[in-house]
Every structure is written in structure tokens, then in C-alpha cells.
Design a binder for this molecule. Structure first.
Ligand code: GDP
Ligand code: MG
Length: 174
């Protein structure tokens, strides 16, 4: 296997969309119901992506930072997971402004990112159609995943890892 580059990934999105649950799901393949929503953590993880070892540093933001903190996190990161909750339209509407800020901070480059619609297991409470997510991702020229951090929801959990892997690929392509 080839060298082991470090990729810095930051996870953004309104408080409560499931950022911590997604990160922990990705790292441990488990779902843990409750996290301190004010907590910000970084994790290290290694994975073989397309036969290459990639070391990641993952920043799970709290989602309630002020502007200077947000900008600091954006400067730090190489790639970004923008998360909304499919049962919370407001969280979806916060994605475009986040992307706008990202573009400002990273100018003149375009920051590699992926869009994740989380809580896909809560279909009955859905407020954001899959097509809306797809359209937003097309506007932002990024990959889109609807997934669920919820372990019991068979069939969607795999999307979580794929979103992170795709983001790593996108970062490495630059
Ligand atoms: P964060 O503030 O974005 O980090 O959100 P958390 O990870 O703390 O999750 C907020 C709440 O949503 C918690 O009660 C989680 O158990 C719940 N949650 C997170 N992801 C999912 C999911 O995919 N499905 C469901 N049903 N609940 C989720
Ligand atoms: Mg959290």
C-alpha cells in the first residue's frame, strides 16, 4: 500500500442534525443515541480507500459556533461534510449559506465537499424531498447521500462511510 496522507475533514450543519451520530457511526459502525450537543471533538481514523491508506482527522463541530469560529474551522479543513436533517427543513435551508461562507473562506479555491441528508430512517417525518437534496448538490457540484446514522435502519448505514470516502477522494484529487 502507498503512503499515508493526512486529510482534514470538518462536519458542519445545524445543531441536532446528527453530525456526532454520523461521525461515531462512521468510526465505530455503531449508533449512540445521545451526545452533548455543545461538544466539539476531533477524531483520527485510518481507512483503505481504493487500495490506499488514508489517515483522516475529523472535526465534529457543535453547530452553534459564532462566525469567527466557523471561519477558523473552514480554514483548517481540506474537505467538508455539510449535513442537514431530512425532517428539518430549516437545517436544509442553512446549507446554502454555509456553502457561501465556505466559498468565501477558501477563495479562490472551491472546497471539496459532500452533502448529506441524515435521518433517512424517519421517512414518516420527512420535510425535504430527496430531489431537493439532489438539486442542491447539483448546484454545489458535489456528491449527495441520504443516509441514517441509526444502526437499526438496515440498508442506509453504509451510505455514511461512502460519503466520507468520497470526500477523501475528492480532497485527494485536488
Ligand atoms: P449534532 O448536534 O448534529 O451532533 O446531532 P447529534 O448527533 O447529537 O444527534 C441529535 C439527535 O438526533 C440525537 O438525539 C440523535 O440520537 C438523533 N439522531 C442522529 N442521527 C439520527 C438518525 O440518523 N436517525 C434518527 N432517527 N435519529 C438520529
Ligand atoms: Mg454534535
Amino acid at each position: 500500500m502507498a503512503k499515508s496522507p493526512e486529510v482534514k475533514l470538518a462536519v458542519f450543519g445545524r445543531a441536532g442534525v446528527g453530525k456526532s451520530a454520523l461521525v461515531v457511526r462512521f468510526l465505530t459502525k455503531r449508533f449512540i443515541w445521545e451526545y452533548d450537543p455543545t461538544l466539539e471533538s476531533t477524531y483520527r481514523h485510518q481507512a483503505s480507500i481504493d487500495d490506499e491508506m488514508v489517515s483522516m482527522e475529523i472535526l465534529d463541530t457543535a453547530g452553534q459556533e459564532d462566525l469567527p469560529q466557523k471561519e477558523g474551522h473552514m480554514r483548517w479543513g481540506d474537505g467538508f461534510v455539510l449535513v442537514y436533517d431530512i425532517t428539518d427543513r430549516g437545517s436544509f435551508e442553512e446549507v446554502a449559506p454555509l456553502r457561501g461562507l465556505l466559498e468565501e473562506v477558501k477563495r479562490p479555491k472551491h472546497a471539496p465537499l459532500v452533502l448529506v441528508g441524515n435521518k433517512a430512517d424517519l421517512e414518516h417525518a420527512r420535510q425535504v424531498a430527496t430531489e431537493e437534496g439532489e438539486r442542491l448538490a447539483a448546484d454545489m457540484a458535489c456528491a449527495f447521500y441520504e443516509c441514517s446514522a441509526c444502526a437499526d435502519h438496515v440498508g442506509t448505514g453504509g451510505g455514511v462511510a461512502e460519503a466520507f470516502y468520497e470526500l477523501c477522494r475528492e480532497v485527494r484529487r485536488r
